[in-house]
Design a binder for this molecule. Structure first.
Ligand code: KG4
Ligand code: ZN
Length: 342
């Protein structure tokens, strides 16, 4: 079924607690997107347990790859390259995907393309926004990252702001645990916040030192914990939806302010959000309103492409592949891989 101009990428993602494989055609069309989530397993422990994640990836990886190929109705002959996340992430988890990709590439003689996980998250925006092309401003907010990134071109990035402490998703997860909502916190806070008043409690909007684009969420997290302790000591009942909504508003306000400020300063008329927290309904609404006001086009992936998936790796892998990026059999998992590094 392959014609000369169609390029098919088989992509693999295993950097955290999702074992995923996808087939992407010409960088923009997702033919399959299989995700085996371990969330139920890690919920027992209140967070991701790295050893359990690695073991589950090993159990699932071949199955999700087979399913992705089957659903896409392609065979190995159709595949032009194998793309895989090689960092950042949990080293043992990454290794499972990297090893599977190397084995497949070696056995089939296909090129191997290592992909940066954050490049994947940003690239998720290309799937449903066919008109979106670099350059643009991007806000990446996930469980492990909060970055304000200038996307100069495909595969070319400049990070202009980053978190000094907790990532946005991490703050959601920690606060959710503190107010008894459990893991994973983001979606749960999102849900209960709909019944709460975002103005009920005035939590701080973090200001951080010299770089106006940097983020800090640990002070906000402490403020929530202090509020809860204070209420407990006074014997007052805590209104969970109000705490959740007020916390969510504090995070959202800062993310929106930084992203809009960055887009304006750098003169971008396009802003794309990415990562698990980008599926937050309050963030999406607030960012949309702020972009409308500023005359900026706002892009965001559907929730399924916000949280970890392999389709986004297939998209990023495609752009790396057509630029000539290839990795050798020495490709290794790099847990703290920097964006733009090879
Ligand atoms: O991108 P992702 O799947 O994994 C990383 O690369 O880290 O992001 C997971 C994070 C978790 O912290 C989760 O709580 C958060 O994204 N998240 C959300 C929502 N859905 C997932 N945070 C806020 N609102 C949501 N709806
Ligand atoms: Zn991620």
């Amino acid at each position: 079924m392959t014609t000369n101009k169609d390029i098919y990428i088989l992509a693999i993602e295993s950097s955290c607690d999702e074992t995923a494989a996808a087939v992407v055609k010409n960088g923009r069309t997702v033919l399959s997107n299989i995700i085996s989530s371990q969330i139920d397993l890690h919920t027992l422990y209140g967070g991701v347990v790295p050893e359990i994640a690695s073991r589950k990836h090993i159990e699932k990886i071949n199955q999700v790859i087979e399913e992705a190929m089957k659903e896409a109705e392609v065979t190995m002959d159709d595949i032009d390259a194998i793309a895989v996340t090689y960092g950042p992430g949990l080293v043992g988890a990454l290794l499972v995907g990297v090893s599977a990709a190397k084995a497949l590439a070696f056995a089939t003689g296909k090129p191997l393309v290592g992909v940066h996980h954050i490049e994947g998250h940003i690239s998720a925006n290309y799937i449903e926004n066919l008109e979106l092309e670099p350059p643009f401003m991007s806000l990446v907010v996930s469980g492990g990252h909060s970055h304000l990134v200038v996307v100069k071109d495909y595969g070319e990035y400049e990070i202009i702001g980053r978190t000094r402490d907790d990532a946005a998703g991490e703050a959601f997860d920690k606060v959710a645990r503190a107010i008894g909502l459990g893991y994973p916190g983001g979606p749960k806070i999102d849900r209960v916040s709909k019944e709460g008043n975002p103005e009920a409690i005035k939590f701080p909007r973090a200001k951080v030192g010299e770089n106006i684009y940097d983020f800090s969420f640990s002070g906000l997290k402490s403020a929530v914990l202090n509020y809860l302790n204070g209420a407990q000591m006074k014997g007052e009942e805590v209104n969970v939806p109000d705490v959740a909504a007020s916390f969510q508003k504090a995070v959202t306000d800062v993310l929106v302010e930084h992203a809009i400020h960055g887009a304006k300063e750098y003169n971008f008329k396009k802003l794309a959000i990415a990562g698990g927290v980008a599926s937050n309904s309050s963030l999406r609404a607030a960012m949309q309103a702020a972009c409308d006001k500023a005359g900026i086009a706002f892009y965001h992936p559907s929730p399924i492409y916000c949280t970890d998936n392999a389709a986004m790796i297939g998209v990023a892998g495609y752009y790396e592949y057509i630029k000539g990026a290839r990795h050798g059999w020495d490709l290794n998992a790099v847990p703290n891989l920097k964006l733009g590094e090879r």
